[in-house]
Design a protein around this ligand. Sequence first.
Ligand code: GLN
Length: 501
Amino acid sequence: SAIKQKELFGQPIGLYILFLTEMWERFSYYGMRALLVLYMTASTLGEDARGAGLGWTEKEALALYGWYTMLVYVASIPGGMIADKLLGQKKSVLLGAIILCLGHGVLVMTDTWAFYTGLGLVIAGVGLLKPNISSMVGGLYKEGDIRRDKGFSVFYIGINLGSLLATMIVGLVVAEWGWHAGFGLAGIVMVLGLINYIYGQKYLTHVGNLNVDKEDENEISYGQLYGKLLKSSKQLIITLLLIVASAIGWFNLGWGYGLLFLTLTAITALLMMIYKELETQVFKDRFLVLLLSFIMVIIFWGAFEQAGGLMNLYTDTKTDRDLFGWKVPTVMFQSLNAGFIILFATAVASFWAKRKLKSKEASSLFKMALGIIIMGFGFLFMVFAAMEFEKSGSSSMIWLVLAYLFHTLGELCISPVALSFITKLAPVKYASLMMGVYFAATGLGNKVAGIIGESASDFGELTIFSGILIFTVLIGGLFILMLKPLKRLTHGVEEKERDLK
Ligand code: GLN
């Protein structure tokens, strides 16, 4: 478009509106997430200032937590579909923000129905907001604009600023005024996000608008896509096989997994049909390479998300947290990631941008594969930690700091990069859906992480940490070996990136 966008620090002003909105939204999400397991397992008697909890067992709480953190991201798929076909990204974000305010508002109440209703609303709200605000960041840049990757890194700082503030403040509020004040704070902060977004609309007039051309004869609804599936035998057979697999999952693992597999079947079928419908081979190839890159995404988060689970417990029980006579609280280690992101995000992005301008390897696929390797390498320090523990009965904090440092550097190579990559490659008609599928992949990664973490009680940490190290480095290496053919599938989408100003 020919619209001259106002700029601040070399980026369109709209970026900072989205930055702040997402910062407040992530504050509310991570603040609430930090409380969830603690609230569920707290006694119903309310013996301290925090008030009564739900009195669940740890196992029950972790199970709900696992499903919740997965669903919150899987909801990005319907969230993306609604944006593509009904509302456009901008209005979907608005609706999501309103629903989030309601959700946190409901959680202020103490009834059990309010707890489930609140969580349901938060899932719906994040599903509408998170993928679509990310796509809108991409919408600020023209094709080939080299500022795009850096813009996503700036946006990513906003995400982590929100999570850092939340993890520092919410705990204090709860200790003083109780659980529901904590939930309420998340709600108030989300209202700030909403106001900020509404106020910033004037900088966003050109992004996130509904793209459906009512006259377009090729326009096809999701219903029609599923209808076509029934007519094409190959697709139908694959789908039936997946449904059978779901049924087996249902009987062996319970209805939760059955529903999960069924959902995955529905998504796979839809993606197959979209692939078939895409008009040109270029679109098809790009669609395919996106889906392949999502394999890296699942594996990455499956390993990375040990942070809140297994590594968190390890910090609590097996680490010597004594610092000059002061015992560093376990939760503080959870802030290292966000802190490192804020410190290093722009440096990492500038590093890659400079390489690109010198025509050296800096493709998104390369960065993502390297990100897995760097993050995996972080587990080497956890292996050292586990070895030290086995020898002397406790291990040094420095291992955790180093592990989180490498995890964060890896995250910076993969996560903002993937967001940007999707906005370069996804066909316009399905741009929001593809962003939704990406977040669903991260959600699956979360679930995988939980499953791996649980198995630590059977295998021991040393085995788990070494296993993750070897597996992730191998997978990253494999993708680097396949770089050439994979890059060919992008049809040069990143080769022509340059300074467009
Ligand atoms: N921590 C990042 C965020 O909250 C990434 C989460 C994800 O992609 N699942 O946005």
